[in-house]
Design a protein around this ligand. Structure first.
Ligand code: SAM
Ligand code: SF4
Length: 334
């Protein structure tokens, strides 16, 4: 048997996130500037290469695959790739195939995603107010996303809402978003804003709303019970006793989660990032394209995993953004 992927800190790599495009039909202010320069098409992995690369990782022990971007559902022909990954669900090698999306294209793709074997999806949504939604996403429209979410639920997909906590923007919607998710039986995760990429005039520190504050506000109204559940990722969960709903907190800045990190990320150009918060990465596209045989590719994957750092260096504590990384979130995928 091929030995599975274990990093120098004895963390087994079971979770792969693949960014299939750097493009997006939105321009969220914390993620992109309005005028983004996107990569030339020849730099992107083809759908066949995405299949081959993901399949190689699954062969090395990856059990969970999350497709992200940019906006994954704007990549042309993307269902070919989802369908290809479906075969690994059928064989049992892959336990879960999921996607993180802004929801704009779910009306078109929800049923196809379900047919490919996807059962749970994450939809990013920061406000339930139409005008604020247009402001924060610049190009997005709330009704389209709400229709997309409805289509997903009708298709049988379980939806989790991801909300970036933004000071002065959605603080006042904490309870309305939580109530909406409880009513619709959707889990909810709050994400702290991270210092990634040049985003134009927006100021990160102005946007930063500490999730410990957010949690304390929730606890004023609800009884929160900590759940021991860990996904190997940065989220910590509570159960809201009054509604039974599960709420997660992703706090890369105020809480260190790296010791249990079981994941790596692939960009749409085939770079592997073994830590979201570090610049270190290796190229897999070269070895992938060098030969039809996977020998070189597997060697390159193992070499990259051997360099997985212990943790990240994000730090807002000194009132300047330390440890920031220059690439955009849409490059590595959230
Ligand atoms: N376009 C898809 C979406 O929005 O769900 C997938 C890619 S997006 C980069 C993935 C997640 O990253 C989204 O939930 C988004 O809100 C989050 N995100 C983007 N930039 C971020 C930042 N600077 N800090 C924290 N989260 C960020
Ligand atoms: Fe697009 Fe997602 Fe970034 Fe918003 S967060 S601009 S939807 S990639």
């Amino acid at each position: 048997m091929t030995p599975m992927l274990v990093d120098p800190f004895q963390r087994a790599i079971r979770y792969l996130r693949v960014s299939v495009t750097d493009r997006c039909d939105f321009r969220c202010v914390y993620c992109m500037s309005e005028n983004m320069t996107f990569l030339p098409k020849k730099d992107l992995l083809t759908l066949e290469e995405l299949d081959r690369l993901s399949t190689a990782f699954i062969g090395l022990g990856v059990e969970k695959l999350r497709i992200t971007g940019g906006e994954p559902l704007v990549r042309r022909g993307i269902m070919t790739y989802f369908n290809a990954m479906g075969r690994h669900l059928e064989s049992g090698a892959l336990k879960e195939l999921t996607v993180t999306t802004n929801g704009s294209q779910l009306g078109r793709f929800a049923q196809d995603l379900f047919a490919a074997g996807v059962r749970r999806i994450n939809v990013s949504l920061d406000t339930l107010d139409e005008a604020k939604f247009a402001e924060i996403t610049r190009w997005g429209r709330l009704p389209q996303v709400l229709k997309g979410i409805e289509a997903a639920r009708n298709a049988g997909l379980r939806v989790k809402i991801n909300t970036v906590a933004l000071k002065g923007f959605n603080e006042d919607e904490l309870f309305s978003i939580a109530d909406w998710c409880a009513r619709e039986d959707m889990d909810l995760t709050f994400i702290e804003v991270m210092p990634m990429g040049d985003i134009g005039n927006e100021d990160r520190l102005d946007q930063y709303w500490k999730l410990t504050d957010l949690r304390a506000r929730l606890a004023e109204r609800f009884t929160l019970t900590d759940l021991s559940e860990r996904t190997g990722g940065p989220a910590r969960y509570v159960r809201v006793e009054e509604t039974g709903q599960k709420i997660g907190f992703i706090t890369p800045l105020s809480h260190n989660f790296c010791e249990s990190c079981n994941r790596v990320r692939i960009t749409c150009t085939g770079e592997i990032y073994t830590c979201l918060g570090q610049e270190g990465h290796s190229d897999l596209r070269g070895p992938l394209r060098a030969s039809e045989d996977n020998g070189q590719l597997e060697t390159a994957i193992r070499a990259a995993i051997a360099l997985k750092p212990k943790g990240h260096d994000f730090d807002y504590s000194r009132q300047t953004v330390e440890g920031r990384v220059s690439r955009h979130m849409s490059h590595t995928g959230g």
